[in-house]
Design a protein around this ligand. Structure first.
Ligand SMILES: NC(=O)c1ccc[n+]([C@@H]2O[C@H](COP(=O)([O-])OP(=O)(O)OC[C@H]3O[C@@H](n4cnc5c(N)ncnc54)[C@H](O)[C@@H]3O)[C@@H](O)[C@H]2O)c1
Ligand SMILES: O=C(O)CC[C@@H](O)C(=O)O
Length: 383
């Protein structure tokens, strides 16, 4: 039996994909073969010896020690794009929330319950909640991946001028962008020209505080900021100060911290970006398929620490070796096969930065322990 441990609530349509004859799925599974997780923090978790893979049902993997996992031969997957429409829709909502004082106006209207002549009071008091339309305004989008690209296109359709910035823009993402999106190579173009700025990049040590005091100083007076990506990307204290100084008109964030909570002109949402039944189903389904394909066939697709690779078994064994991406290692792996007099029918070797994956389709006997003793090898399975 393979045991799947869930660290967060994972949609049933994903967990139901696991064949009950071969898998158990539970939130207290012992000796887990794999873990399914959403936002639970795993940095301090001791990784069990039994663990082959972690699937993040979502995009961001900053809650997982990705590099430490690679060193222990644990493949980490995410589900690219699976929740991007949910976040796009919330971002469009956030654009309007940042403009039209909707939350304050609704709270004020609710406060009139039980008062005499509420219909007259609202007509008299509504002018203080007026806010600008987004039509014709400029939106800056930082990060044009699955989410940022969709938001850029939707904003164009809503009549906004859109400037996008993404120094690592993939060809696939680029061809999906509306031609009206102006892609700039200089992030300062976003800061200087935008009425609204939204950020959609992964949180890494390099992107921490992407927007801080210096970036805010470059922005237009009255700029509105939206952060549905990660709290750490924007310095909360700098934004709150800029709101008090009248520089920033509004900040809508999906990430609560003590600095932003309760502040005037800050709307804090409780990490709601991916909370739709559709995206929870998409993420759970994709994550389950990634784990099953890896556990049963050695196939890696959508890993963030190892390369994509697949190989069909035509011989007696499929040998799957996770290892460092260093010279002469493949020669040692193939020697282990030939030393035993076995034959390699097919071989795939792929690399991703410091890590690599070699799959060998072998006829004849293989000795799994001999692969494990090669320096730089971090995981071996014979299927
Ligand atoms: N609020 C939520 O519930 C929620 C849901 C999904 C994703 N997210 C967050 O949004 C992030 C983006 O998600 P996605 O699905 O669009 O991911 P993605 O990988 O499809 O896109 C990220 C894009 O950011 C770009 N990028 C990386 N570093 C950059 C930099 N320094 N400057 C500009 N661009 C940069 C990449 O090239 C890529 O195109 C995730 O990493 C996650 O943190 C939040
Ligand atoms: O799982 C969630 O609810 C949030 C997911 C989101 O932050 C992501 O990075 O995909």
């Amino acid at each position: 039996m393979y045991n799947i441990l869930t660290l967060n609530k994972i949609a049933a349509c994903g967990t139901d994909i696991f064949d009950k004859a071969k898998y158990t799925v539970s939130d207290n599974a012992e000796n887990p073969t794999a873990i399914m997780v959403r936002s639970a923090k795993m940095h301090d978790m001791e990784m069990p010896e039994s663990l082959l893979a972690i699937a993040r049902a979502g995009a961001g993997v900053n809650n997982i020690p990705v590099e430490k996992c690679a060193e222990q031969g644990i493949v980490v997957f995410n589900t690219p794009g699976a929740n991007s429409n949910a976040v796009k829709e919330l971002a469009i909502c956030a654009l309007l929330l940042s403009s039209r004082k909707i939350t304050e106006a609704a709270a004020w209207a609710a406060s009139l319950k039980g008062t005499l002549d509420a219909p007259k009071t609202v007509e008299g008091g509504k002018s203080k909640f007026a806010g600008p339309e987004i039509l014709g305004k400029t939106l800056g989008v930082i990060g044009l991946g699955a989410i940022g690209g969709k938001i850029a296109n939707a904003a164009v359709a809503l009549g906004m001028d859109v400037i996008g910035y993404d120094p690592f823009l993939s060809v696939n993402a680029a061809i999906q962008l509306d031609p009206a999106v102006k892609v700039t190579a200089d992030i300062n173009d976003i800061y200087k020209n935008s009425d609204y700025i939204t950020i959609h990049v992964p949180y890494t040590p390099d992107t921490k505080n992407t927007i801080d005091e210096a970036q805010i100083a470059m922005m237009k007076d009255g700029v509105r900021l939206i952060n549905l990506a990660r709290g750490e990307l924007i310095n909360s204290a700098a934004v709150v100060k800029a709101i008090k100084d009248g520089k920033v008109a509004k900040y809508v964030t999906d990430f609560a911290d003590d600095v932003v909570l309760g502040e005037e002109n800050v709307i804090v949402l409780p990490h709601l970006g991916a909370s739709t039944p559709e995206s929870e189903d998409n993420c759970a389904t994709m994550a389950a398929h990634e784990l099953i394909d890896y556990i049963e066939k050695g196939t890696i697709k959508n890993s963030v620490n190892f390369p994509n690779a697949e190989l069909a078994k035509t011989g007696d064994h499929l040998v799957c070796v996770l290892h460092k991406n260093v010279p002469a290692l493949i020669a040692q792996i193939t020697s282990v096969v030939s030393d035993k007099g076995a034959n390699i029918e097919n071989l795939v070797n792929k690399s991703k930065k410091d890590w690599a994956y070699t799959m060998l389709d072998v006829t004849g006997d293989v000795d799994a322990d001999a692969f494990k003793s090669i320096e730089g090898v971090v995981g071996v399975r014979v299927l």
